[in-house]
Design a protein around this ligand. Structure first.
Ligand SMILES: [Zn+2]
Ligand SMILES: [Zn+2]
Length: 315
């Protein structure tokens, strides 16, 4: 019996299904980008299920905590899934086609050029993520990701539905214009999606969030992303990269976790506890209120493009 499409998509089994529908599955099937994607895609959903089971065990004396931890991410996943059924905005192919023609060269498919591609990819992620924090209209898209008060793998589903569209546009445009071909771009996206999910491990499942070896200085670890999600003044607006901290180092935004300062998750404004409407629409509501109350058109325009908190007293 065929699994419902939504479940197949959620558990990342679409790639395996596509591979097996055309040819019998052999080792050679996995030596392609589609093959790598098919193998990698189910890894995160499987780890997520393990984390849910682990937290269910850890909170078995107070099951309401499990409900509180996953309520907002699950509601946002469901809400975005329904919107995705109604509106399907896929800018990836369009952007790739239109920006590749502007590239002065195309990187060859070689392992050395893969490293070039990944450094460029991380730059594009830095630009996308930094602008999400520094332009108030884009913060509207990104703030639901920062709203959860508990860090766990479900937080990756916490996002305004247009955030993915903006991310796809910026990252694809920058990579394409800097000569990253489609194959390397997809490979970078697969690795990024995987690592970018795993850095949301809960403190219960991975208390230190560090590997304890050389990887801690080479990669951004869950501990570093916890710092990014924190509203503590010492941590706010840091660690924009996803896997390689290279651009954070260069632009001075790299911040390691200080043992004495525990990350305090959530937004810096007062939030209604575990409230979906406030989490998803809170920032757009506040932006609309500030724009409406502004006394000049210049101030209205600036409120939209300046960083969160500009011209306002309650951020
Ligand atoms: Zn962020
Ligand atoms: Zn995150």
């Amino acid at each position: 019996m065929k699994l419902p499409e939504a479940l197949v998509n959620f558990f990342g089994l679409g790639g395996i299904e596509t591979l097996t529908s055309t040819h019998p599955l052999t080792l050679a099937s996995f030596r392609s980008i589609a093959g790598i994607e098919a193998v990698v895609s189910p890894i995160f959903p499987a780890i997520l299920v393990c984390e849910i089971v682990f937290l269910a065990w850890a909170y078995h004396r107070s099951p309401h905590r499990l409900y509180a931890v996953y309520k907002i991410p699950v509601l946002m996943y469901a809400f975005n899934w329904i919107i995705g059924l109604l509106i399907n905005i896929d800018v990836f192919l369009w952007t790739q086609r239109h920006f590749t023609v502007l590239a002065p060269f195309t990187a060859p498919l070689h392992v050395v050029w893969f490293f070039y591609a990944y450094v460029v990819w991380e730059l594009s992620h830095f630009v996308y993520h930094w602008t999400c924090h520094k332009v108030r209209l884009l913060w509207v898209l990104h703030s639901p990701h920062h709203a959860p008060k508990h860090m766990n793998l479900g937080v990756i589903f916490a996002a305004f539905f247009l955030q993915g569209t903006y991310a796809n546009f910026v990252r694809t445009a920058i990579c394409s214009i800097l000569g990253v071909p489609m194959e390397l771009l997809i490979l970078c996206m697969v690795i990024d999606a995987c690592w970018g999910s795993l850095i949301h491990f809960s403190e219960e499942a991975w208390p230190s969030g560090r590997s304890g070896c050389f990887l801690d200085s080479l990669l951004l670890m869950p501990s570093d992303h916890r710092v990014h999600h924190s509203s503590n003044p010492e941590y706010i607006d840091t660690n924009y990269c996803n896997a390689l901290p290279i651009w954070d180092k260069l632009f001075g935004t790299l911040r390691r976790e200080i043992p004495a300062i525990r990350p305090r998750y959530g937004l810096s404004r007062p939030q209604k506890p575990n409230d979906f409407t406030d989490t998803y629409f809170g920032e757009i509501g506040l932006l609309w209120r500030d724009v409406r109350n502004a006394d000049t058109w210049k101030k209205r325009a600036l409120l939209v493009v300046m960083p969160p908190g500009w011209g306002s007293t309650d951020h």
